[in-house]
Structure formats: C-alpha cells, structure tokens
Design a protein around this ligand. Structure first.
Ligand code: F6R
Ligand code: ZN
Length: 189
C-alpha cells in the first residue's frame, strides 16, 4: 500500500524567471560563498568591500518517497562577471561514483563545463532547450555568458552527495572570460 508521500507531485516552473511553485527550499549563493572559485581574488575582495553580490539561487524540490530520493533543483544564475570571469556555479562532483545527473537549460546562454579533474574536459555550449546528461564522476559547473538570467533544471538523487572541496582544490581545466565582449575559454595551468 502506498503511503501518503508516494503520491505523484506536480510542480510549476515559470520559464521566464525560473520560479518554482511550490518550493520548500531556496538556497542563495552570494559572492562570499564562492569567492575562492574566481581567479582574481583582489577583485573579489574589492567587490566584497562594497557589496556581497547574489550570484545565483537554487530552488529545490525533494521528491522523497519511501523507496526513492529523486530531487529537482532549478538554478537561476544572474548575469555579470568578476574580474572578467562570468558568473558561474560553484561546481561540484557527486560523492557517490554511480550517480549521474540530467541538466536542462530553460532560459539564457552559457556553457556547461564538465571535468573529471583527472585530465578530461568538455565545454558544452548552452542555450534554452539544451539537455545534457552528466555521467557519474564528472565535476559540473554552469557559466552564464549572457546579459539575462540563465535558468536550468537539474535532476539527481539526493543520496548522490556533493563534493565541493575537490573542485576548490583542483579547479576546472578552463575558465570562461569575457574577451572583447565574447566568451573565451582560457586554459588553466
Ligand atoms: C545537483 C546539481 C545542481 C547544483 C546547482 C548549484 O547535483 O548539480 O542542482 O547543485 O546548480 O550548483 P552548485 O551545487 O555547484 O553550487
Ligand atoms: Zn550535481
């Protein structure tokens, strides 16, 4: 017999602004939360003296049942750059080595960076409608290279776990900068 929690749940997403309804959990990520992720630490410190900028927000819905733990997260990355480097997510690798994820870009333009942190790297150009499957063991980060909001959906299992530390330590192989107003991938040594 199904318990109450196993009944289907339907949500509504506004594709224009990435607002999810209902939404039990919103996590804001300010510049202070991901300051170490940007290359130019001097610029980060200068900006932080003036304002702790909101870089992106994550809206979660955990579809927990008695037998499963699938979750949906809608991320809204605001446009902008820090020292020429576009606004981006912190980036992480799933802790479990058998946990993939599906990302769907709803609005905006940018890149999905995928990196094994062991020598393999891919930058997937993103625009509204792009869907990417992220295999297990690939670190993932999304960059907003547009002048508008970038909205994307991620679907994953809550038990996947998130390892941010390994990204902070090793870093992605490339960073994405605005060069003459256009995105450029710059290899990191
Ligand atoms: C979940 C997932 C996304 C991100 C979100 C924010 O596994 O990949 O929901 O958590 O886009 O990015 P991070 O977690 O890197 O701050
Ligand atoms: Zn993930």
């Amino acid at each position: 017999m199904l318990t109450e929690i196993d009944f289907p749940i339907t949500l509504t997403l506004d594709p224009e602004n990435g607002i999810l309804d209902p939404c039990p959990q919103i996590t804001p990520r300010y510049l202070s939360d991901l300051k170490m992720m940007f290359k130019d630490q001097q610029v980060v410190d200068e900006i932080l003296k003036e304002e702790n900028r909101l870089i992106y927000e994550i809206r979660y819905y955990p579809f927990r049942t008695s037998k499963s733990d699938m979750a949906l997260a809608v991320t809204r990355i605001f446009p902008g750059s820090i020292g020429g480097e576009y606004h981006m997510t912190k980036g992480h690798k799933h802790e479990r080595d058998d946990q993939p994820e599906v990302y769907y870009c709803v609005k905006g333009e940018g890149f999905l960076l995928l990196d094994t942190l062991e020598g393999e790297f891919q930058a997937i150009p993103w625009r509204a409608g792009t869907i990417t499957h992220i295999p297990p063991m690939w670190a993932h980060r999304v960059i907003n290279t547009g002048t508008d909001l970038l909205v994307f959906i991620g679907v994953f299992h809550l038990s996947a776990g998130h390892d941010y530390e390994i990204v902070a330590q090793k870093g992605f192989s490339y960073r994405v900068y605005a060069v003459d107003g256009k995105p450029a991938l710059i290899r990191q040594t």
